[in-house]
Design a protein around this ligand. Structure first.
Ligand code: SF4
Length: 365
């Protein structure tokens, strides 16, 4: 493992006191780490689940979903034995459903091939579905104390600023950044070090307006503020229209839903509201309007109230895919994030409060 007590900044050539950096970072983390449910456990299954959920989803959103997921699937074996539809239902609202499918497949593999024990090294973990170059060292260092550095978006930003490097996403530059992260790693406490680096990026060294005056490693930092970045991709816009139709059967309320086809490239098999052709409804009266962002696309969504003519169009568009679902059962379906958002805003979807013993503290990012 390459290791140095003084690390040179690429641009300035000045060296950084790596031992002092590690010490001050660790001290700060021990005193200031947020209390998050997955930090109360060393169970590799729980750490793995949290790391997968935290990819591309905010901490505040993950907290409740993490607890709910563990209520339904408290162990790796319980997850491996579950039906995929139930796993997707427990994941709905977190988005990026390929993560849930990979998690499920990986749990089945580990149960079948590894006696239900997660592999303990980053190299072995990387062979599992959905575990990549960031998640593997996170699990290996936090759960099994393997001295491997990780570079996620937060750590990358901290390193670029501390070492005064400009942003460069080309692979030689990223490889070099990994080497710098490895040299800076606290090999005696790799899990704590990696978590501290991520925490620093998430709470202090923010993308905009970093809190340098509160930063525990300010004296080592060559940039002391925002670093040079390359231009971001501009967001695309897309309009979409959905129909919200409900009916009463006795005392039971039903909502018209549709299941996305298995051949869809995104969110296959998930449930959503029936879509309508946007060009037909540019000037229609809207029940609800909202914006929904997925990667680099902003969807401008209009939801229309049911009318006979709209029901006809929906039937022509979707035919047998339309199904009336009992409102009380909506929570058990794997809903798309957008469907969940609309149903919640229209008061048609309720989530019961979740309490796990000893895990009811919540911190909002
Ligand atoms: S001093 Fe500022 S820019 Fe440097 S690591 Fe700390 S918060 Fe980030």
């Amino acid at each position: 493992m390459p290791r140095a007590e003084n690390i040179k900044s690429a641009d300035s050539g000045e060296s950084l006191d790596a031992a002092g950096f590690r010490r001050d970072l660790r001290k700060w983390y021990k005193a200031n780490a947020r209390e998050l449910p997955w930090r109360e456990s060393q169970d590799p299954y729980r750490i793995w689940l949290s790391e997968i959920m935290l990819q591309q989803t905010r901490v505040a959103t993950v907290i409740d979903r993490y607890k709910e997921f563990l209520q339904r699937f408290p162990t790796l074996v319980a997850l491996a034995l579950a039906r995929e539809e139930d796993v997707l239902a427990a994941w709905s609202g977190l988005g990026y459903y390929h993560r849930a499918r990979s998690l499920h497949r990986a749990a089945q593999f580990v149960m079948r091939e590894c006696n239900a024990q997660l592999p303990e090294t980053a190299a072995e973990l990387r062979s599992l579905p959905g575990i990549g170059e960031y998640t593997a060292p996170a699990i290996a260092s936090i759960c099994f104390n393997e001295p491997v550095a990780l570079v996620d978006g937060n750590v990358e930003r901290v390193l670029l600023r501390v070492l005064s490097l400009g942003e460069n996403k080309r692979s030689p530059a990223m490889k070099r950044l990994h080497e710098q992260a490895t040299m800076l790693l606290d090999v005696r406490n790799p899990g704590t070090h990696n978590q501290a680096m991520m925490e620093l990026g998430a709470t202090i060294c923010l993308p905009r307006n970093p809190k340098c005056s509160e930063c525990p490693v300010q004296k080592y930092c060559k940039t002391q503020g925002e670093h040079e970045t390359t231009a971001r991709k501009t967001m695309r816009s897309q309009e979409s229209v959905y129909l919200l139709a409900t009916r009463k059967k006795g005392t039971v309320t039903e909502v018209l839903m549709m299941k996305r086809g298995a051949e869809e490239s995104q969110m296959a098999g998930m449930w959503e509201l029936p879509s309508l052709p946007p060009e037909l409804f540019r000037n229609s009266e809207v029940l609800l309007g909202l914006r929904h962002s997925i990667t680099n696309t902003n969807y401008y969504v209009r939801v229309l109230a049911s009318k006979p003519a709209l029901m006809e169009i929906a039937k022509n568009e979707h035919g047998d895919a339309l199904v009336w679902k009992r409102q009380k059962m909506l929570n058990t379906l794997p809903l798309t994030g957008l469907a969940r958002k609309v149903l919640q805003r229209m008061d048609l979807l309720h989530r019961p409060p979740v309490h796990l013993p000893g895990n009811d503290r919540q911190q909002i990012e």
